[in-house]
Design a protein around this ligand. Structure first.
Ligand code: X8Z
Ligand code: ZN
Length: 603
């Protein structure tokens, strides 16, 4: 007998009785360490392919992006299943948190069946590409006789600048044709996403999304309802006032005085932010000029200068300048010779301070605000990039969306005047109401929109809303929350949700609802840190290093702690709450209530 054989015989009894070893905390820790390393490599490859695809849409770049998605999805579904092994093990706090984050971090879980996974991986870039390439080639004559095709940027400018019912209607209906063909693809995507979510233990994909907030999904949904109830009275007042002005402008036959507002009259393709119709609803015309667009043009801003302006706000707080590579690698301008996804986004392509923004900047106030928003993402990336991959996220996704916006609350008339972007400062109560109205048209008007997008998707994912009802359910929610209605009859041949970027791109949207509230909480806390004692709406933290330190400390936490901890570090509060927003708009709310007296508000 040779020695190996003897050894084998000696082993046999123990093999026969071997029990699987109980999973240990040490193994769990080693596992998440490995996952962090693997994920970083995979995410860098994915983001690289994604960046190339989104800045140069072709069949080839789409295929590359899909292939990288497939690799990441495959790894994630394997890792998440393996992680379940330690679900009852008492591991250290970081390991436990990382195991949790691993399971909820991706908005798409793919089925493990390779064919289906590949299908899901391909549908993502395909749908987003359809959106990115979307154009309205309306009948000759609709575009001043030119009959050329117009993209979202051009159509959005029509929505912004025109006050002509038919011109607006053409741009609105035109853009909403681009998503019709998405519908079957989206319905399939929903099936696949749900299958993937179920495999990792969620009821459906909506449940997976709702699970990412350090509380049970049902509790989170309730939380969003509670927050909406807090702000709804203010929204209703704003709606009432704006509708009355639009009735004056377009007539009772076009705008029903007691009904929902036609969706194409609010200055924005999705009626999500209404700041562009400020000239139509200005409370006290002639009292103050808040025309920042004109100021930007007069001061000779170009794309780079506008981004530099954004950066200068962050550096004024004592935060680092953006790395040189940011200026080399970002896309600020819409290229003339290729298709890109213009919807603004921020990136750290190599999860290593490789910061970029991708945006088709136009020289206008709206884009100045968006630049600050995107830089907020980049500064978050910047301050947490040294953390393990799973911690390289916001405390929750709403935090990520709220950083840049919180700073824009400090873009006060005083700051704008200092930059020479407006000429005179509003001095009296009337001027204040004008300023508040302009801000509320964006900030407050957005709230119901921010809430309803995922209301629709949660219902779609749960099966409550079926493909044959997609569009009807969408408009029911638009009416219920926003009090708006489609300007022309819609049918299930339309797929109006698909005309909003985040639906084809599968980006969860509740984050923006939360961010609208969080940004005011952050603003209040940063103003406190800066020693501000006056009313919240007058505070600007520009140039304040104490505020900067407070902000930086939270950014550096990434996702390493449950979000209430991060919120507490920043604000002293552990709950998201609307009182900061309500305090901020207190003067306007009072004014609106007086204006609306005797009106029958609601729809
Ligand atoms: O999508 C965005 C950003 C990129 S994260 C430009 N936002 C939402 C939207 O455009 O619908 C910012 C505000 C809401
Ligand atoms: Zn964002």
């Amino acid at each position: 007998m040779n020695r190996a054989f003897v050894a084998l015989i000696a082993l046999l009894p123990s093999l026969a009785f071997a029990k699987p070893k109980a999973p240990t905390a040490a193994e769990a820790k080693a596992f998440v360490t490995q996952v962090n390393e693997d994920l970083k490599k995979l995410w860098v490859k994915q983001a690289t392919a994604d960046w190339i695809n989104k800045t140069y849409i072709t069949d080839d770049t789409e295929r590359m992006s899909a292939a990288m998605n497939d690799d990441v999805l495959a790894y994630m579904s394997r890792a998440i299943k393996e992680a379940a092994r330690w679900k009852d093990v008492k591991a250290d706090a970081d390991t436990t948190r990382m195991l949790y984050l691993l399971r909820v971090s991706s908005p798409l879980a793919a089925p493990s069946d390779p064919k289906k996974r590949q299908e899901a991986a391909e549908l993502g870039p395909k749908l987003e590409g359809m959106y990115g390439k979307g154009k309205w080639c309306g009948p000759q004559g609709d575009n001043g006789g030119k009959g050329k095709c117009r993209d979202l940027q051009e159509l959005s400018n029509v929505m912004k600048d025109s006050h002509d019912w038919n011109t607006l209607l053409d741009a609105w209906t035109g853009w909403h044709t681009i998503s019709r063909e998405m519908k079957p693809l989206y319905a399939r995507y929903v099936e696949l996403a749900n299958e993937g979510a179920r495999e990792i233990g969620f009821k459906d994909s909506g449940d997976l999304w709702k699970a990412g907030y350090d509380m049970p999904p049902e509790a989170f949904e309730k939380e969003t309802d509670r927050l909406w109830q807090q702000v709804k009275p203010l929204y209703d007042q704003l709606h009432c006032y704006v509708r009355a002005q639009l009735v004056k402008k377009y007539g009772k036959d076009k705008v029903p005085p007691n009904g929902p507002i036609p969706a194409h009259l609010l200055g924005n393709m999705w009626a999500q932010e209404w700041g562009n119709i400020y000239p139509l609803v200005e409370p006290y015309p002639g009292v103050s000029s808040l025309d920042v667009d004109a100021g930007l043009k007069a001061k000779g801003y170009d794309e780079t200068k506008l981004v530099k302006l954004g950066e200068s706000f962050f550096t004024s707080l004592g935060l680092d300048p953006l790395p040189a590579s940011f200026w080399e690698r970002s896309m600020f301008k819409k290229p003339r010779d290729r298709e890109v996804v213009c919807h603004a986004s921020a990136w750290d392509v190599q999860y290593d301070n490789d910061l970029r923004i991708k945006m088709c900047v136009e020289i206008k106030e709206e884009d100045m605000i968006t630049i600050h928003h995107e830089l907020g993402h980049d500064y978050y990336f910047h301050y947490y990039y040294k953390l393990p991959a799973l911690y390289q996220q916001g405390a929750n996704d709403g935090f990520h969306e709220a950083i840049g916006d919180a700073l824009t609350l400090s873009i006060t008339p005083g700051y704008l005047k200092q930059l020479g972007l407006i000429q005179q400062l509003p001095t009296d109560e009337k001027g204040l109401i004008n300023v508040q109205m302009k801000s509320a048209l964006d900030k407050v008007a957005f709230l119901p929109f921010g809430k309803l997008i995922d209301q629709w998707r949660w219902d779609v994912f749960s099966g409550k809303t079926k493909p044959e009802n997609y569009n009807a359910a969408w408009w029911e929610l638009r009416k219920k929350y926003q009090g708006i209605a489609p300007p022309v009859a819609r049918s299930e041949a339309d797929f109006d949700p698909g005309a909003k970027y985040h639906i084809p791109a599968n980006v969860p949207y509740t984050r923006y609802f939360l961010a609208r509230l969080l940004q005011f909480q952050f603003h209040r806390a940063l103003c406190q840190a800066a020693g501000w004692k006056g009313p919240l709406h007058e505070c600007s933290i520009y140039g304040n290093k104490e505020a900067g330190k407070r902000l930086q400390a939270m950014l550096a936490m990434g996702a390493s702690k449950p979000w209430p901890d991060a919120l507490e570090a920043m604000t002293g509060q552990r709950q998201i709450d609307a009182t900061a927003l309500l305090d901020y708009f207190a003067p306007l709310e009072k004014w609106l209530e007086e204006q609306n007296k005797g009106q029958s508000c609601g729809w």
